[in-house]
Design a protein around this ligand. Structure first.
Ligand code: OSB
Ligand code: MG
Length: 374
């Protein structure tokens, strides 16, 4: 039984070590919404809303999520008794469309609180089986193919198991080819964040020659049908990110042949219950999954690490160590990668496995709201 009686919502500003550029925009400083949830029994956990600064990845932003959490999501959870954290998702979906990232921030926080309350690590609570996860890196669009090849080579030398290359029209084939020539046998993939249409199919087919693990979300965020058309023209597997907003969309991907791999981001699908359902469905269907990232702080990362410990997360995720993003993370210990390119799943303490540096969070906070049951 779990009953959340208080949620403290904060916005912090955290500068990235270097700007991150994708086809639809660039971010240099993250605006991150953090939640601190307290259960009636006194158990406390933190969670993070992964909505971006601008609606270029999905329609949500930190500002829409802030409003949605205050006005619609928190009132459905505060003071309500849930038998299990898995029950929160259905309560948030009933007569309440969209706002997946806002819903996920609260829903995942309830999973974190449940782990605290039950005295188990979050990864164990959700059925994780790995003690360490393989780490990949997502490289933003670089100024030149040469610059990209150098970054990719440095990442592989550091131990990363996979290098994801952001692409857009005009910065695609030459860039990926340069990385492939520098790294003939490395696990490389490309992510277009919706930048292409079927008119670009010939360009995308050129990527087939570069032996990529997959091409992520080349076409529009909500377009499964055309991804199906494109997949039939390519040898390389398509991986869907933006398009998979629920279990049903994962089922549609399979029905339409719109892709062969799914990047699961719990924020994009409304939280852990939906992530677990997609994971289980993909496992039955023989579809490998991996955990995506949204440039999370160490708080959001804790949830991604726990998720990536599930059995069908068989491909390295975009769950990189704290120092890849931040001069200093807001958690202790920071997330680290060993020389073998793996990250430990925290299994020796209950809850999400890290402490939040609250003094630092206070210093970085630009707004704050305390929400209670009415
Ligand atoms: O498409 O996976 C994406 C970051 C922001 C928005 C979209 C994406 C990304 C990443 C970053 O690729 C992955 C990470 O957190 O390291
Ligand atoms: Mg992506």
């Amino acid at each position: 039984m779990i009953r959340i009686d208080q949620i403290t919502l904060r916005e912090i500003h955290l500068p990235l070590r270097e700007p991150f550029r994708i086809s639809s925009g660039v971010v240099a400083e993250r605006r991150i919404a953090l939640l601190e949830l307290r259960d009636a029994s006194g158990a406390v956990s933190w969670s993070e809303c992964v909505a971006g600064e601008w609606p270029n990845y999905s329609s949500e932003t930190i500002d829409t999520a802030w409003l949605a959490i205050e006005a619609y999501v928190a009132p459905r959870v505060l003071g309500v008794s849930f038998a299990a954290p898995g029950d929160v998702h259905a309560a948030l979906e009933r007569d309440f469309r969209g706002h997946q990232m806002a819903k996920a921030a609260v829903e995942m926080g309830v999973w974190g609180v449940a782990a605290e309350q039950q005295g188990v690590p979050l990864a164990r609570l959700i059925g994780g089986v790995r003690e360490r996860i393989a780490v990949g890196i997502s490289l933003g669009i670089q100024p030149s193919p040469q610059a990209l090849a150098e970054k990719a080579a440095a990442a592989i030398a550091e131990g990363y198991h996979k290098v994801k290359i952001k692409i857009e029209p005009g910065r695609d084939i030459a860039y990926v080819r340069a990385a492939r020539e520098a790294l003939p046998s490395a696990e490389l993939m490309a992510d277009a964040n919706n930048a292409y249409t079927l008119d670009d199919a010939a360009t995308l087919a050129e990527l087939d020659a570069l032996n990529l693990m997959m091409i992520e979300q080349p076409l529009a965020h909500d377009d499964l049908v055309r991804h199906g058309t494109l997949q039939r023209q390519l040898r390389t597997a398509l991986c869907l990110d933006e398009s998979i907003t629920s279990l049903e969309r994962a089922q549609d991907m399979v029905a339409l042949g719109a892709g062969r791999i799914i990047n699961i981001k719990p924020g994009r699908v409304g939280g852990f219950a939906a992530s677990l359902a997609i994971h289980d469905y993909c496992q039955q269907q023989g579809i490998p999954v991996w955990c995506g990232g949204m440039l999370e702080s160490g708080v959001g990362r804790a949830y991604n690490v726990a998720l990536a410990s599930l059995p069908n997360f068989t491909l390295p995720g975009d769950v990189s160590p704290s120092r890849r993003y931040w001069a200093q993370d807001i958690v202790s210990p920071e997330w680290t990668m060993d020389a073998a390119g793996t990250m430990g799943v925290p299994l020796h303490r209950p809850g999400i496995g890290i402490e939040v540096d609250t003094a630092r969070v206070d210093a970085l906070t630009v707004r704050r709201a305390v929400l209670r049951a009415s």
